[in-house]
Design a protein around this ligand. Sequence first.
Ligand SMILES: NC(=O)c1ccc[n+]([C@@H]2O[C@H](COP(=O)([O-])OP(=O)(O)OC[C@H]3O[C@@H](n4cnc5c(N)ncnc54)[C@H](OP(=O)(O)O)[C@@H]3O)[C@@H](O)[C@H]2O)c1
Length: 352
Amino acid sequence: MHLACRVSRMACCLRAGSLCPTTTPAQPWRPAPANRASHWAGTCSSAARGVAAAASASSEDAPKPLTFVPERIGFIGAGQMGEALIRGFLRSKVSSPGRICVSVRDVERQDALERIGIGSIFGDATDGGSKDVAQFSSVILLCTKPQAMTEVLQSLAPHVTSEHLVISVAAGITLQTLESALGEGVRVVRVMPNTPALVQCGASAYALGKNVTARDADIVDLLLSSVGFCIAVEEKQLDAVTGLSGSGPAYVYLMIEAMADGGVMAGLPRETALALAAKTVAGAAQMVFGDDGGSNSSSALGMVHPGVLKDRVASPAGTTIAGLAELESSGVRGAFIRAVSRAAQRAKEIGS
Ligand SMILES: NC(=O)c1ccc[n+]([C@@H]2O[C@H](COP(=O)([O-])OP(=O)(O)OC[C@H]3O[C@@H](n4cnc5c(N)ncnc54)[C@H](OP(=O)(O)O)[C@@H]3O)[C@@H](O)[C@H]2O)c1
């Protein structure tokens, strides 16, 4: 079974591929200890817990997995990331259009959201939209740019109560900043998602604020696992997550484009080259999550080391090792390491 099927409750990019079996064996389920975040680090917990609980239920009082978030969800800002999450939540059916409201300034975006059935659309968050969102919803997702966050938090603070759970996706904006801007008792979670959430192939990490409840953690886990893989991390790791998976899709697009260019240079039509490049990236990623049931895995998450997979492709004096030598002599490995590290540093700068 694929890791992502164990770790993701409703959808995952690996399951979307053809290799992933539909059956999910039972897993041991343990009640979450008080420090859920640290217990959960390393697994996308509630997915595993939910599936396992369902599979091993021997009595009627066994915990039933949540599959739907009944709370009304309000988005402040719906650009690239906000819209990806809205569409992802609707596709996965973890929420429904009538349970979602959005504060968004751009008229074209308002129209686009109306077209997908969102009935409650408010204007500028700093001009009354925050109040409307807070009145409509009990879960509020902050999806504006970090630079707009001070203004948005100021406009939202008077309307946030103990009834709300506030989830911020803004790079660099700390839990402490969010909690002190919104009021010390406010329940806050920081999330770093990525845009493939739109197609339920996201990779997200989250850190829980000091006031969140067990149910809040369940809601966050359910929402994020409905649009891909998710994992709980310590807050201090979120800048690194931002540099890796938050920004990562852009690095991969660049890689796909460059590989396709290489294909064109070697004589392929552009569209053929692009399709082959993109499918190669998707397939290779899927192999990392256990192409052979994890028999080669030394990883707690059941993954196969990419070096092992790379060596299998590279035969002696073959084409692949010739290509790999070219990549290494061009410093591609170092460039990726520096890209992630520089983006993580930039996230830290934004928050300071
Ligand atoms: N893009 C990613 O891949 C990605 C990945 C992970 C996390 N994030 C995080 O997601 C957040 C949003 O990024 P993004 O790329 O989605 O940016 P974006 O496309 O610029 O979206 C930001 C949205 O917020 C709206 N907005 C700004 N101020 C507002 C206000 N006062 N009231 C209502 N709406 C307002 C903007 O409206 P206007 O268009 O009218 O300005 C825009 O629709 C950032 O904090 C970022 O760190 C992004």
